[in-house]
Design a protein around this ligand. Structure first.
Ligand code: SF4
Length: 359
């Protein structure tokens, strides 16, 4: 397949950047500030470390302003204590929190509190230097007979899309290079709905970072405002594979809306075409069905009042989590049908792929 012509990429430009006093003491924080200033972003230098965020009472305006706000802060020690993150990885490592995109199913709505600003961490070196203490301590992928060979895994996409922020932060490149230098049985993982991988292609990654493209059919693009085109994400993934990175597809969230079979069959064919003739490609697939909680639904309804995304009780059942909370997932019949479909179609379209999990 001839490579698609990459489209010019646009750098996310927040309207204002707020930087705390402590964040300015880190060279990484100052570099972010300088990049934003060069783009003409308004810079607000706080005299202290408290973010005093005042947003309009009108929820739509508050949402819009928050999404255009980038805060550069210092991750406190409590945030640098890593947590397990099943089923993706042994440990969650946060380089940032929040995302500038506008997905009407965004899982962050149920995870992060307050207005949806994006926070990036200035003390990146401290965050990375804390990782070796967790080596060999993992209980998720390290205890899996099919995944233990990945080494201790660290997931960087739990609370953000790190590639979306990369042109401003450089944090992802720094983390990839850090894992490349770390001569250990460990792997950094990230997934993204963005496509500007150019700065990552020449890094000395040592095959210790796996990038996954998070994809959904074009028919559902209306649910993914502000993200890169799916064709561009797949093209970016191909470029990463050609640069020697292990890669993956995160098919998420799988949405059982009208026409889903044809839409996902086409998506898998497009993925297969994009990844054709990549020598020795190391490809994994993660399959995550759409789910929501009462809390995340209420927030998403307020953020995206016109969204056509179905969050009614149709085809749903309540699942209790191990933390005692409840979420709405597809009912058993729908899950069975979806699961069979994906396993069958992946076996045909992408026989070289290893499915990591279904949830
Ligand atoms: Fe949320 Fe991911 Fe969409 Fe960003 S790209 S808004 S993190 S779902």
């Amino acid at each position: 397949m001839p490579p698609a012509t990459p489209r010019p990429t646009t750098v996310w430009r927040p309207r204002r950047l707020i930087v705390t006093r402590a964040a300015r003491t880190f060279s990484h924080g100052r570099a972010i500030l300088d990049r934003a200033a060069a783009l003409g972003v308004e810079i607000v230098e706080l005299p202290g470390d408290r973010l005093n965020l005042a947003f309009p009472d009108d929820p739509a305006r508050a949402y819009a302003e928050a999404k255009l706000t980038l805060a550069v802060v210092v991750a406190p020690p409590s945030k640098r204590r890593l947590q397990p993150i099943a089923p993706s990885a042994d440990w969650r490592v946060d380089l940032a929190e929040g995302c500038p995109a506008h997905c009407s199913y965004c899982y962050l709505a149920g995870s992060l509190k307050g207005p949806p600003i994006t926070r990036v961490y200035a003390n990146l070196d401290e965050i990375l230097d804390s990782l070796p203490a967790y080596l060999g301590q993992g209980t998720i992928t390290s205890r899996s007979t099919t995944r233990a060979h990945e080494g201790t895994t660290y997931e960087a996409s739990c609370y953000t899309d790190p590639l979306a922020l990369e042109p401003l932060t450089g944090s992802l490149s720094a983390a990839i290079a850090w894992f490349g230098r770390w001569n250990a049985d460990a792997q950094l993982r990230f997934t993204s709905k963005f496509a500007d991988v150019a700065p990552l292609l020449t890094l000395d990654h040592g095959r210790r970072t796996r990038m996954r493209a998070s994809i959904n059919p074009r028919a559902f693009a209306r649910f993914e405002g502000g993200t890169a085109r799916v064709a561009d994400r797949l093209q970016a993934l191909r470029q990463m594979a050609l640069a020697g990175y292990p890669i993956g597809l995160t098919i998420a969230p799988i949405i059982a809306a009208d026409g889903w079979e044809a839409a996902y069959a086409t998506l898998l064919e497009e993925a297969a075409a994009s990844l054709a003739n990549v020598p020795g490609v190391d490809l994994t697939i993660e399959l995550i069905t759409h789910r929501f909680t009462a809390g995340s639904k209420a927030i998403l309804d307020s953020w995206y009042p016109g969204s056509a995304l179905d969050m009614t009780a149709a085809n749903r059942t309540t699942k209790r989590t191990k933390f005692g909370t409840e979420k709405q997932v597809y009912d058993a019949d729908t899950m069975r049908t979806l699961r069979r479909f994906f396993h069958d179609h992946i076996a045909t379209a992408l026989p070289m792929a290893r499915i990591l999990y279904w949830t």
